[in-house]
Ligand binder design. Structure first.
Ligand code: TMP
Length: 239
């Protein structure tokens, strides 16, 4: 598969067309950003760690019957994926309160949410990815009711699979964000799953092992991502 025109440069990944219309190549970079691009940094090895991490998670989800865009790892920084028509609405599940939920509702961080909450955010950097609801998403033509229903169902399925997986490594999956797209009429999981787009805490100490280490200036960001990988048995020997 040949890497061709640069299609899009995101905050942490670049997307290239290939010589096949149904496939794209994602390049995971070392760029880190938070607060809608206000805080940026280069974190050595982050791109490769996240690419290998994402490949492992996508394979686990596929084994559980969840269709993803992942095709195959090309090298430590690059992955071949299906070319999806992305839906500009992000799906977030929270098992414990953190981040914007605490800020918005004044809730103490760490409160267990039973059942887990489901939220939608409109993917728009200029607006800072505002929270939206289902009827707005439908009325504004971002997704159909059927697509939103499927996205919600799939996000809860991902939550079940990954909560159990992280539990095996003594970690709590606090919350996470997923992005979906359409591939030949089917809703398929796209983007990435890595510690950049979720919150993971050590089950016992509640040590943060995700991007909050970067947001909050806690240090050892990539070291924490590597610790998560190691706890899941993901080999980082190739990088
Ligand atoms: P939040 O607490 O900032 O709303 O984020 C909830 C979870 O979703 C957290 O793990 C970060 C992730 N997330 C992203 O990675 N990107 C986004 O644009 C949004 C809205 C959330």
């Amino acid at each position: 598969m040949l890497k061709q025109t640069l299609l899009y440069t995101g905050k942490a990944k670049s997307v290239y067309e290939t010589d096949h219309p149904d496939h794209l190549i994602l390049v995971f970079r070392d760029d880190a950003s938070a607060f809608n691009g206000e805080k940026v940094a280069q974190l050595d090895r982050k791109g490769k760690v996240n690419n290998l991490f994402n490949a492992f998670i996508m394979e686990k989800l596929a084994e559980a019957g969840i269709e993803t865009h992942f095709e195959k790892l090309l090298n430590p920084s690059e992955v071949l994926v299906k070319r999806l028509d992305m839906i500009p609405v992000e799906c977030v599940i929270r098992n414990y309160a953190a981040g914007s939920l605490c800020r918005r509702l004044g809730i103490e961080e760490g409160k267990q949410l039973t059942p887990p909450t489901f939220e939608l955010f409109y993917k728009d950097d200029g607006l800072g990815d505002p929270m939206v609801n289902e009827s707005q998403s439908i009325a504004l033509g971002w997704a159909t009711a059927e697509q939103l229903e499927q996205m919600k169902k799939l996000t809860y399925q991902v939550n079940d699979v990954l909560t159990a997986l992280f539990d095996q490594g003594d970690m709590l999956l606090v919350d996470f964000k997923l992005e979906f797209g359409v591939f030949h009429g089917r809703i398929v999981l796209g983007d990435e799953f890595s510690p950049d787009g979720c919150r993971l805490w050590d089950k016992n100490t509640k040590k943060k092992l995700d991007k909050d280490r970067f947001r909050q200036g806690l240090g050892d960001v990539v070291e924490a991502y590597e610790e998560v990988a190691q706890r899941l048995g993901i080999s980082l020997d190739s990088i």
